[in-house]
Design a protein around this ligand. Structure first.
Ligand SMILES: [Fe+2]
Ligand SMILES: [Fe+2]
Length: 181
């Protein structure tokens, strides 16, 4: 990031509890709005409104700027080894606490579609946690991770480094359904 650009951004700061809580809530809200608008843009495109789709995409991007500023101000951005630790802890929470509990709720309340959505996420988070943990080891040793392709199933979010499976092991989608980075 160049210096002139960085100078105009709000700076990482020590925040009082209420200020921090409000920025945290705003970060969550802006992040959600950004994703929602991207989905709405796809919908607008499918309905033949490309310019509405463009507006949704642009405003989604604006919301990401807001989310980033909030995250930066509450000191949420660290050096990469620490970012990998934070990412790993987030995935762990989802695996160990959040999604197993949500899975039970979906079961108790008899909603198999919610159960499926939760199961897709839970499976992927397990891989994510491992990928972040491995990467952190490498970064702590002062190296970047290997240059391999990383692919994601468009249906369920299954994430794989290197060669693609013939079909997704989580949702059984064909390999054409993966997006590669
Ligand atoms: Fe994840
Ligand atoms: Fe899948």
């Amino acid at each position: 990031m160049d210096e002139a650009f960085e100078k105009r951004l709000p700076k990482p700061s020590d925040l009082k509890a209420m200020t921090e809580a409000s920025l945290k809530a705003a970060f969550a809200g802006e992040s959600q709005a950004a994703e929602k608008y991207l989905v709405f843009a796809e919908q607008a495109e499918d309905e033949g409104f490309p310019n509405v789709a463009k507006l949704f995409r642009a405003i989604s991007f604006a919301e990401t700027r807001h989310a980033r500023n909030h995250l930066r101000t509450m000191k949420g951005i660290h050096a990469t080894a620490d970012n990998l630790r934070v990412a790993c802890e987030g995935e762990s929470f989802e695996i160990d606490e959040m999604y197993p509990a949500y899975q039970e709720i979906a079961k108790v309340q008899g909603n198999p579609q919610a159960g499926r959505s939760v199961r897709y996420a839970l499976k992927a988070e397990m891989d994510h946690k491992w990928m972040y943990a491995q990467s952190r080891e490498t970064v702590l040793a002062g190296k970047d991770i290997e240059d391999k392709r990383v692919s994601v199933c468009l249906i369920c979010g299954h994430t794989v480094i290197g060669d693609l499976p013939d079909k997704c092991p989580v949702c059984a989608a064909a390999k054409e359904y993966y997006r590669t980075f």
